[in-house]
Design a protein around this ligand. Structure first.
Ligand SMILES: [Zn+2]
Ligand SMILES: [Zn+2]
Length: 279
């Protein structure tokens, strides 16, 4: 729901601590291209009297950067502006609930630029998630769509994993209540949100992690989300060097909850940047 939660006056929703302001969960993985690799420069088509689009290159920008997103929720536009995201190489969807997909349309301006460089942005999803995306964004995905300004994106099956430039992506099947959803592993980093059950098979895909990001909604049990205690048990079993909790409700104050978590485990916060090894 995001924090503050609409209409709520609880201590966390009214807290002055910026760590208690939470947009809907998503992550961006960003890495520089290897030396010598340059993305083709898009040649903007400019009609007389119009400003060039995409904007002229930023002279201070890294010469070539890769950006991969997990989910595009309703806050995607604000998050991308805050993080200064200028291109997207791929998006991996965890599942089809509103808080994870409703920013898809805001990929449009980024997709126009990316399309000219490398083609449509690949969106990876399971067949179930893909069916919902095709239904909600019919005007984007339907072959009959006549909408000229639709996002330049293309759906791909996430089930077999994917390679994005230098980084290999492995899907991790988990459950959100009774709904099968997908976590992802990138090198020694794994991101699993909205999890209530991790199947035994999936623990094998989580060995040797430097960083685990997993959801922990609140202390009170919920039918389709893990409690903090459950997430701590998973973190201890998986044994990543560092574990961060995400998808946090207004039941959990940042400072107060962190003070009680074991060493190596903490609540994540909006805008947090973590250096990791992706390949
Ligand atoms: Zn509240
Ligand atoms: Zn969610």
């Amino acid at each position: 729901m995001g924090v503050p939660s609409l209409g709520c006056g609880c201590v966390v929703c009214t807290s002055d601590d910026p760590h208690d302001k939470r947009m809907r969960p998503s992550i961006a993985l960003r890495w520089p291209c290897p030396p010598g690799v340059e993305l083709p420069v898009a040649a903007p088509k400019v009609r007389k009297g119009e400003l060039p689009f995409p904007a002229p290159p930023d002279p201070n920008a890294a010469p070539c950067e890769r950006v991969v997103l997990v989910d595009t929720g309703p806050d995607f536009r604000s998050q991308a502006l805050r993080a200064g995201i200028r291109r997207v190489d791929a998006v991996f969807y965890t599942h089809s609930h509103a808080d994870h997909i409703l920013g898809l349309d805001d990929l449009r301006p980024l997709s126009f630029a990316t399309y000219k460089q490398t083609g449509p942005i690949p969106l990876y999803a399971t067949p179930e998630t893909r069916a919902v995306l095709e239904n909600i964004y019919h005007y984007t995905f339907s072959a009959d769509s006549k909408y000229a300004n639709k996002a330049r994106v293309m759906l791909h099956d996430a089930s077999a994993g994917a390679q994005v430039a230098e980084v290999h992506v492995t899907p991790i099947p988990v459950l959100h209540g009774t709904l099968p959803i997908t976590g992802y592993r990138f090198g020694n980093v794994a991101y699993m949100t909205d999890v209530s059950t991790i199947p035994e098979m999936s623990f094998r895909l989580l060995e040797g992690l430097d960083l685990l990001i997993v959801s922990a909604l609140r202390h009170v049990p919920h039918p389709s989300h893990a409690t903090v205690d459950q997430a701590v048990r998973w973190a201890n079993r998986i044994g990543a060097k560092q574990t961060l909790f995400t998808h946090i409700s207004h039941d959990l104050g940042h400072a107060e909850t962190n003070a009680r978590l074991p060493e190596g485990i903490a609540l994540a916060y909006d805008g947090q940047t973590i250096p990791v090894k992706l390949a």
